[in-house]
Design a protein around this ligand. Structure first.
Ligand code: HEC
Ligand code: HEC
Length: 373
């Protein structure tokens, strides 16, 4: 007997490091967790559904950890209980960072459930739009699911519902997570897809700019790049590039590549300011920080940019200092946005006519101000 107990004891001692290893979660880093919470490291933009400080929004408050053990937390992210997408690509170490970050926050004490980042569309909105918001797509993509319609526009030829299903259930980018068929079932997916199709696939136009000093002048060159796949993506047609003439500068001249034209300066045009916060992941719609102002714009037109092609326009400015081109836009009329007449909740990043990219934003990359300018 004594021998038996002793051997059991010995066996347990031998096992215990193993047991301890399996139960001890990796050590998390609060700062890394915070970055992941905000969408860094392919983590899933948790904050868009759970709030910046994890106070809750579309999903429950998680600040303070909600009393979950690491194992429970891990299961909730890998196999969510309800409509939340799952994040199979976040490894245990990443989960430990997120867990550490949440644990570091003071638990929320408010008695009111915070608003969703993107509100439910009002009565009368198309069913697919309502479902798109209620199943979480809208929290990341806005009420009109504009970005995915552009991603699809970049490979529109032959794209159908089968491709769409494959994305949302299997191949979605790690930052999006994959949806569970038992929660977001096929009929719901089809309704969301039909809404997106009716609103129309968008051209994947992208703007970048450079600024070069030439003598006393500054030359701003904007490249309009159609990121669509050659022969598969949609062409952009009837394009307008509007460059807001920065204060303290005057326009000397404008030039454009073949197919483009410099039209001239339009004075006193109303434009939207503070578009930086209109990034794809801005938190409120409409965004209260957006203001309308008046300014002068140098206008260029471009007939067409095929998928996979690019073209550029240049503006020569006289003046001193660094011309900040904030407020500039690229818009196009074809393919047009086909908003169903009943849509009352619109995305403040897309214009009523044609389409629009605000600058600066991840879509319209403006050069950083060099040191000392
Ligand atoms: C599309 C919105 C959405 C996103 C994005 C999202 N969640 Fe959730 N989350 C929810 C909802 C809604 C719930 C409630 C359960 C459900 O419906 O799945 C939830 C529940 C949870 C729970 C379980 C809470 C509990 O009490 O059991 C955890 C943990 C969690 N989310 C963590 C995360 C983390 C970490 C991320 C980012 C990697 C994330 N969530 C991203 C919507 C989201
Ligand atoms: C947690 C945030 C998040 C949620 C929730 C989310 N997405 Fe995404 N989705 C992304 C990101 C990030 C991308 C990649 C960049 C982009 O298009 O904005 C993406 C890309 C896509 C793409 C293009 C993928 C490709 O392979 O071309 C489609 C289509 C899409 N999402 C549809 C949806 C639909 C439909 C829903 C709701 C069922 C949804 N998304 C929910 C974040 C999200």
């Amino acid at each position: 007997m004594r021998i038996r107990i002793l051997s059991l004891f010995v066996a347990l001692c031998a096992l215990s490091p193993l047991v301890a290893q399996a139960q001890t979660p990796p050590v998390g880093d609060v700062n890394k967790g915070r970055a992941m919470w905000m969408g860094g490291g392919g983590s899933g933009f948790c904050m868009l559904c759970h709030g910046m400080q994890a106070g809750g929004s579309f999903g429950p408050d998680l600040a303070g950890g909600r009393g979950l053990t690491f194992a429970q937390f891990k299961r909730a992210v890998r196999q969510p209980w309800g409509v939340m997408p799952s994040y199979p690509k976040i490894d245990d170490q990443g989960l430990a960072h997120l867990y550490a970050f949440l644990k570091s926050l003071p638990p929320s004490t408010g008695d009111k459930v915070p608003d969703w980042s993107v509100a439910n569309p009002p009565a009368g909105a198309p069913l697919g739009q309502v479902l798109g918001v209620q199943f979480g797509c809208g929290q990341c993509h806005g009420p009109e699911i504009a970005h995915p319609r552009r991603d699809i526009g970049a490979k529109a030829k032959g794209f159908d519902f089968e491709h769409f299903k494959k994305i949302i259930y299997e191949t979605a980018p790690p930052t999006m997570g994959v949806f569970n068929k038992d929660r977001l079932s096929e009929p719901i997916a089809r309704e969301i897809y039909n809404y997106m199709l009716t609103a129309g696939w968008r051209t994947f136009l992208w703007g970048t700019s450079t600024i070069k000093t030439e003598g006393a002048n500054q030359v701003v060159t904007v490249t309009v790049d159609n990121k669509g796949e050659k022969d598969k993506g949609l062409a952009g047609e009837d394009i307008t590039v509007s460059l807001l003439v920065p204060a303290g500068f005057t326009v000397v001249s404008g030039t454009a590549d073949v197919g483009g034209k410099y039209v001239g300066v339009s004075k006193g045009v109303e434009y939207v300011t503070n578009p930086g916060v209109l990034s794809p992941f801005r938190l409120m719609n409409p965004n209260p920080q957006v203001k309308k102002e008046k300014g002068d714009f140098a206008i260029f037109t471009i007939k067409k940019v095929e998928a996979g092609a690019k073209t550029s326009v240049s503006l020569t400015l006289a003046g001193s200092g660094f011309p900040t081109m904030t407020g500039s836009t690229i818009t196009w009329n074809k393919p047009a946005i086909k908003r169903p007449a009943s849509v009352t909740l619109t995305d403040d990043r897309t214009a009523a006519k044609g389409d629009i990219l605000w600058g600066p934003s991840p879509e319209f990359l403006l050069p950083a101000r060099p040191a000392g300018k």
